[in-house]
Design a protein around this ligand. Sequence first.
Ligand code: ADP
Ligand code: MG
Length: 257
Amino acid sequence: MSQLEIKNLHVSIGDKEILKGLSLTVNQGEIHAIMGPNGTGKSTLAYTLMGHPNYTVTQGEVIFKGQNVLELEPDERSRLGIFLAFQYPVAIPGVTVANFLRTAINSRRRVENPADKGIPIPEFRKLLIEKMKMLKMDQNFAGRYLNDGFSGGEKKRAEILQMATLKPEIAILDETDSGLDIDALRVVAEGVNALSGSELGVLVITHYQRLLNYIKPHFVHIMLDGRIVESGGPDLALHLEEQGYEWVREKHEELAA
Ligand code: ADP
Ligand code: MG
């Protein structure tokens, strides 16, 4: 079984330390949610896992399948089986959703076998149709230009379809976009629910309790000031909805005092 292991991660932006010793393990087959107030470092965690150059890891490790993820390029992370959803996906006019997905699949196949001729079109079409059916997507969607004029919900759909066709073992989704409407939230949730199972581990980062009305996480973690300070089951998210973050802050200020 593959597990993503984040150990004592410290991350800075410039000379400001944002993550201050974050540890978390996500196993295949588990859904974890990280919640926390704004400015806590949730997106910093997502960007660091993606390998964004502005985030400097000063301490700690991220291990997946025995490899030090932090030493890998973003595309190598992807080939290893880690899927990182982009919070602000770019539009690629002229490239259809189908072409984009086929290119992604083929570049992965070529890494495994440089002589690979690419996925045969009929096989790709079958795969795409199967995944689109599973995600209840309109088939026309595959022929549209990637993210070009897409609504928030459609961008999420493209992202989830990408996840479905690439079949990662760990998916990390940062859902911090405050512009995300209920339709887009539902797309993410339904996609995650349809794809999750024994093969996929999911880390959903969100400040929306309401996303967790649709996705049922096995574990909920609360992040405060660059660390995970509370972990529990789904009831922890409900507790947050009722009580807000104040009690978490108070409890940890007391502990720190
Ligand atoms: P969250 O996603 O939990 O709202 P972020 O990871 O986006 O938190 O931000 C964590 C902290 O890092 C915040 O205090 C924010 O002001 C700071 N920060 C984010 N981006 C930058 C940046 N480019 N330069 C300096 N500070 C930043
Ligand atoms: Mg954020």
